[in-house]
Design a protein. Structure first.
Length: 299
């Protein structure tokens, strides 16, 4: 009996991921621009608010209360808090550091997830997986070396981001077994909106955006929302084993856009370190896809 053809369109899936990570890189550039001018909590709060309103507008009429329905509410909220902290630390890191190097450092998160999954979920890691982890950490060390001239504050917050992003992805792995994608999307946006709205009540708004910066703030939320939808749609067209390595185009887009907008090009050693992070991350992603496929859910 002949095998039935796989559903979906792999070329379309790869294209969607490539475009989605380009949108994420554009959002990184906008975040850097805005956080250099305005309070980081204000920028992130408005991004989450736009994200939430777009989700409710697009999904609310059809999904209704199902958008908010969760089975493990405590963990869902914890996951949202992890992403909120990751968003805050990403904004601070981008305020002090170039886009390309910042994105490269936070991409150590998938390797941390592998290590945490081995420690807390009992997943087995092969020798090749540990070698990949070592290469990833070596790459980050090359990027952060003292002679690179990166701001220590930015480096610190980029590393904190990687830790909380790892917790977010680990909780996603656990919750994807019991929660719907739309519920995770909406609850994450709601937690971030409430969290940063509360922060602003105590810290104040600071200088308010003017002119084009209002459009940039709206665009920031729009880029993140559309990017996540495209990313999720890609996994309906092609398997994770094919799409996982394409995620690392984010590093390429971030480097190119950071150079075009801010006139910053990484030096040779930093580029080599970024390459090591990408290679190690791709290896870990392929290993995860081939050994234990997970439901695709990215927010």
């Amino acid at each position: 009996m002949a095998a039935s053809p796989l559903p979906g369109n792999p070329i379309k899936g790869v294209t969607l991921v490539t475009l989605s990570v380009m949108l994420f890189a554009m959002a990184d550039v906008l975040t850097k621009h805005l956080t250099m001018l305005y309070a980081v909590p204000l920028v992130i709060a408005l991004r989450y608010l736009v994200n939430l309103l777009m989700l409710l507008g697009a999904l609310g009429p059809k999904q209704g209360r199902a958008l908010f329905a969760t089975q493990r509410t405590g963990l869902v909220v914890l996951r949202g808090c992890c992403l909120a902290v990751a968003s805050l630390t990403m904004g601070i890191a981008l305020r002090y550091m170039p886009v390309g190097e910042t994105v490269a450092i936070i991409y150590i998160a998938p390797i941390l997830v592998m290590i945490l999954a081995a420690t807390f979920l009992g997943e087995k890691v092969s020798v090749a997986g540990w070698i990949g982890a070592a290469l990833g950490f070596l790459g980050v060390l090359l990027i952060m070396r003292p002679s690179a001239g990166l701001d220590p504050i930015g480096v610190t917050f980029a590393l904190i981001n990687a830790v909380f992003a790892s917790g977010y992805h680990l909780l996603t792995r656990v919750l994807s077994r019991t929660e719907t994608t739309v519920a995770l999307l909406v609850n994450t946006a709601m937690v971030g909106t409430v969290a940063f709205g509360t922060i602003l009540l105590f810290t104040g708004l600071g200088p308010l955006p003017t002119g084009w910066d209002w459009a940039f703030l709206l665009g920031l939320g729009g880029l993140a929302t559309v990017g996540h939808f495209m990313f999720t749609a890609a996994y309906r067209e092609a398997p994770a084993s094919l799409l996982a390595p394409v995620n690392y185009m984010h590093l390429v887009w971030a480097g190119i856009l950071g150079w075009i907008v801010f006139d910053h090009a990484p030096d040779g050693i930093s580029m080599f370190g970024m390459g090591l992070v990408a290679v190690a991350g791709i290896a870990v992603a392929l290993r995860a896809s081939m050994t234990k496929p997970q439901p695709a859910e990215i927010t």
